[in-house]
Design a protein around this ligand. Structure first.
Ligand SMILES: C[S@@+](CC[C@H](N)C(=O)[O-])C[C@H]1O[C@@H](n2cnc3c(N)ncnc32)[C@H](O)[C@@H]1O
Length: 244
């Protein structure tokens, strides 16, 4: 049977590019767990922001496979080495995506506005001094500034602009990023959310959050919290009449 995720032995690498790690695996596991819904979703455009070595976008292409015929895949990274490594990784897997070196989606917004059906993001989320954010090379892979939110907070409005009416966003966050507050911020823009995967490693507690537009969401009562130990209060659903 063909593999549904990228193979580590086929991955390219570069000293200044983020190698697949616990967060990358958690995101791909969350996508795999949601694969049936993704196939049924019939996305026309799937996009990754911050593709690094290409593990996630390659896995997404592979897991949708023939079910994604006609779907256009796009991946961006601010680090040109990452785009080069992703290209090689994809070629080694016999996959293809449009790869763009850019800051989030700069230069693509006009073309993609309101048309991305699936967006996946494993952002730089590690709390660091603000001056470390946006450095060239490997530092741009993890430096997230205060609370690890600097890049995340720039990505969210771009995601809102690019996502289609039926668009889904899968975002990796850490407890330190205050995921409840991220969900609340997105809720004000009309998105419901759900933690689709929570995984604690020795170093961090990761949450993969799925967002989707839901008109009822802005009208709903307050949301559950995510506690410092990483567990979610309530049922992990933040608004929304429908559960994706
Ligand atoms: C944590 S790594 C994730 C890499 C890969 N997606 C994975 O899961 O293995 C974050 C990636 O985001 C990229 N990045 C950081 N800031 C960015 C920005 N403003 N626009 C686009 N990509 C950015 C980094 O270069 C890095 O490749």
């Amino acid at each position: 049977m063909l593999s549904r995720t990228a193979q580590i032995r086929l991955m390219s690498s570069h000293p200044e590019v983020y190698d697949p790690c616990d967060d990358s695996f958690a995101l791909v596991d969350a996508l795999l767990a949601d694969r049936a819904n993704l196939v049924e979703h019939h996305p026309s455009i799937c996009m990754e922001v911050g593709c690094g070595s290409g593990y996630v976008i390659t896995s997404l292409v592979l897991m949708l496979g023939e079910d994604s015929t006609g779907c256009h895949f796009i991946a961006t990274d601010i680090n040109p080495h990452a785009v080069g490594v992703t290209r090689k990784t994809m070629e080694a897997h016999g996959c293809h995506a449009e790869l763009v070196t850019t800051d989030i989606a700069s230069g693509l917004e006009m073309r993609l506005a309101g048309s991305v059906d699936v967006m996946v993001v494993n952002p730089p989320y590690v709390p660091t001094p603000e001056y470390e954010v946006g450095q060239f090379g490997i530092a741009s892979a993890w430096a997230g500034g205060e609370n690890g939110r600097s890049v995340i907070d720039k990505i969210l409005p771009v995601a809102d602009k690019l996502l289609s009416d039926k668009g889904w966003l899968y975002l990796v966050t850490l407890t330190a990023n205050n995921p409840s507050e991220i969900c609340l911020q997105m809720r004000k823009k009309g998105y419901a959310s759900r933690i689709v995967l929570q995984r604690s490693t020795e170093e961090e507690s990761l949450h993969i959050i799925k967002f989707w537009r839901d008109l009822d969401t802005q009208l709903e009562p307050p949301i559950p919290t995510i506690t410092p130990n990483g567990s979610s209060g309530g049922n992990g659903f933040l608004g929304g009449g429908r559960n994706y």
